[in-house]
Design a protein around this ligand. Structure first.
Ligand code: FAD
Length: 265
């Protein structure tokens, strides 16, 4: 076992200060970072733990504006009564992440900072037109998710919250890997004042993406039947031991239809 310096941050400002130590990394739920350290894929000199910071925890709903602190666990997102009323689709998505251990420890901030191409939250934030708030600036989800495990975050930048306007209708459906529960394909659809948005996770070679063809079909008629003729191309989609690119293309259409049916239910 190699040694690592552990700091429990007392505030976001303190965390920002501690991150200047050596090759320091933020620790939130540790569900991704700790396994990466065990396998030496990550070897930070210092860990700066933000998971207990009250200022980063909890869900706030004010009118239609929803704000979720970065260190809010998946469990807390999935069970928050205010969120279940304002945007039940996001609470439902959080309930589908991993297993109980992952949901009790893992956090929304850690998940989106990691930007795993099969993670669930990136699809939701893209489809909700969310804003990612950091200790330095605000970043539109569209500009935040850059590619596989890549985000717009700069060195030492800390996500403090995500915020969005609750849409009139939304739903998420995923076809999950039965072992990890990560998405083989997940589709989040929303219908709000700015129209229809559909984002796909688990399938893109460059990570999460918006599907213009699904959005165009649903803009005319927000009904699952509007996607009956949809043929999704496998170009740019991942193929791996879990599913070929063609299979994922088919799943995108199937999950999109199920999501629209759920949003209208
Ligand atoms: C068995 C298993 C199954 C899983 N299944 C799913 C699934 O079905 N769907 C899904 O979406 N995910 C799944 N996950 C991932 C899980 O959701 C993790 O919670 C998530 O990937 C990382 O969140 P974390 O809070 O644990 O972050 P950590 O592991 O603590 O950190 C992850 C990365 O984010 C950085 N970071 C953390 N907090 C911040 C912050 N506030 N600002 C900036 N950077 C930060 C860290 O430095 C690190 O680089 C699974 C994980 C496991 C182990």
């Amino acid at each position: 076992m190699y040694s690592v310096n552990y700091h429990r941050a007392s505030s976001v400002a303190d965390a920002a200060k501690q991150l200047k130590n050596g090759d320091a990394k933020l620790l939130s739920g540790g569900m991704t970072l700790i396994p990466a350290m065990k396998t030496r894929l990550a070897a930070p000199s210092d860990l700066v733990d933000v998971s207990r910071l009250k200022e980063l925890q909890g869900v706030k709903v004010s009118g239609k504006t929803v704000t979720i602190g970065a260190a809010t666990t998946h469990y807390d997102v999935s069970t928050d009564e205010k969120l279940k009323k304002a945007c039940p689709a996001l609470a439902h998505l959080a309930s589908l992440i991993g297993d109980p251990a992952v949901r009790y420890k893992g956090t929304i901030g850690g998940s989106i900072a990691n930007n795993d191409p099969a993670a669930d939250y990136p699809a939701a934030l893209l489809a909700l037109g969310a804003t990612i708030v950091t200790n330095k600036r605000e970043i539109a989800a569209e500009k935040f998710f850059k590619g596989l495990f890549e985000t717009a975050l700069k060195e030492g930048e800390i996500i403090t919250a995500v915020t969005f306007t609750a849409p009139a209708k939304a739903a998420y459906q995923k076809f999950r890997n039965p072992a990890s529960r990560y998405a083989i394909v997940g589709v989040f659809v929303t219908k709000g004042k700015d129209g229809v948005r559909a984002a796909v996770t688990g399938a893109g070679e460059d990570g999460v993406f918006r599907s213009k063809e699904i959005e165009a079909a649903l803009a005319k008629n927000f009904d699952a039947s509007a996607l009956d003729a949809l043929k999704v191309s496998a170009k740019g989609l991942m193929g791996d031991l879990h599913a070929s690119a063609d299979y994922r293309a088919n799943l995108i259409a199937v999950m999109a239809k199920r999501a629209v049916a759920a949003a209208n239910a």
